[in-house]
Write a protein that binds this ligand. Structure first.
Ligand SMILES: Cc1ncc(COP(=O)(O)O)c(C=O)c1O
Length: 361
């Protein structure tokens, strides 16, 4: 049983809160946050607090050595049903795989789940209700130990915050354009690419600047050894459709094992599609697009859902457009996945967990 304490200011923070009409992604934070600290080998009580600033010492190890991990998951309440959380067990398992890689403590199942479920139950009224919108949940853990020595910290804080969110992409009226990054690498064998660790994302930001300067929306990473095989994008996995069959890079220690990817593989196979998890050579892929064998491609992830790719491109400005920039199979799978996530069809996969809305006395 998790010991839960509720901050006396929480009731007012919730009653004063109003969801704005325009959401965007990751900007509109809802009024509850969960927090739990780890010290002397033990996790403390779980606190529910009003969303707000936190304090830590300038020597907190996370600020120097990036001992930080996170997760991304969503609660849905379309048409007032739910809230439903999509595959939270998968996020829990991945969080602990990340924790292990980054020399951080394992988070107990009850603390992770109670943080997420309690937060959503008190925030149920602020889960957006239009299809495609959701409450984006961000569990994260960071090293708070105050010392500059380079060694694994012994004090940590685990938190969950939530953001009422709409579409991840705000600038894709022309579709999702993808820049093939042939210079920098994001992850390398034996590294941390498979972990959801903040440092991986920082390593991708200079390429994000270049991507934007060149007029693209997303960066496609290639393998670090040969710069030959496609891996993933900075915050989503990738699929391509070749001869009406789906292909996606096979998971390795340089690719995040996406829960959307995993779910889509099951959904696509059950819908009669062949799905290959394999190495995809970027130059062969470009040939396949030019020859009309590869007709569509899409990005997928919790934030992005499924977003069809308009064209791939190179630093010299060359563009390789997809035959179906609006997606065909992509949009069919997107609708199937969203219908399950939003509770609009029977959940035969048992992917959905229901949250009981609660109010504070
Ligand atoms: C690097 C990276 N790849 C892939 C994904 C997609 O994973 P998921 O479908 O679990 O959100 C994400 C987002 O979480 C990501 O950050």
């Amino acid at each position: 049983m998790t010991q839960i304490t509720i901050d006396p200011g929480l009731k007012k923070a919730i009653s004063d809160y109003q969801l704005p009409e325009t959401l965007g992604f990751g900007n509109v934070m809802t009024p509850v946050m969960a927090s739990c600290t780890y010290e002397k080998g033990k996790w403390g009580p779980l606190e529910l607090l009003p969303y707000g600033p936190i304090t830590m010492y300038p020597t907190a190890k996370v600020l120097h050595y990036a001992q930080e991990i996170f997760e991304g998951m969503k609660a849905y309440r379309v048409n007032g049903q739910g809230p439903f959380i999509f595959r939270p067990e998968e996020n829990y398992l991945r969080f602990n795989r990340s924790a292990e890689r980054m020399a951080m403590p394992h988070i107990p199942h009850n603390i992770f789940m109670d943080s997420v479920f309690e937060l959503v139950s008190y925030t149920a009224n602020f889960v957006p209700r239009r299809s495609g919108e959701s409450l984006y949940l961000r569990p994260f853990m960071f090293a708070t130990e105050e010392s500059l020595g380079i060694k694994p910290a012994e004090k940590f804080r685990f938190m969950v915050i939530a953001s009422a969110s709409g579409s991840y992409f705000s600038n894709t009226s022309e579709g999702l354009s993808v820049y093939i990054e042939r210079e920098n690498a994001r992850a390398f064998p034996g590294g941390t690419g498979f972990a959801k660790a903040g440092g991986n994302y920082a390593a991708g930001l200079s390429a994000a600047i270049k991507t934007k300067q060149l007029g693209f929306v997303q960066t496609l990473w290639l393998d670090a050894r040969e710069r030959k095989y496609i891996e993933e994008m900075s915050g989503m996995n990738v699929f391509v459709v070749i001869n009406n069959e789906l292909c996606t890079p096979k998971i390795s220690d340089t690719i995040l094992d996406g829960i959307t990817r995993k779910s889509l593989i099951a959904l696509a196979r059950d819908s009669g599609y062949t799905v290959h998890e394999k190495n995809i050579d970027i130059n062969e892929l470009i040939e396949d697009i030019r020859a009309g064998r590869c007709t569509e491609a899409f990005a997928c992830g919790t934030a992005a859902i499924i977003t069809p790719i308009n064209y791939f491109g190179e630093s010299d400005g060359e563009r390789i457009p997809l035959h179906f920039p609006e997606g065909k199979i992509s949009m069919e799978l997107r609708e199937k996945l969203l219908a399950i996530q939003e509770g609009r069809v029977a959940d035969t996969y048992k992917w959905i967990a229901t949250v009981e809305p609660k109010t504070l006395p």
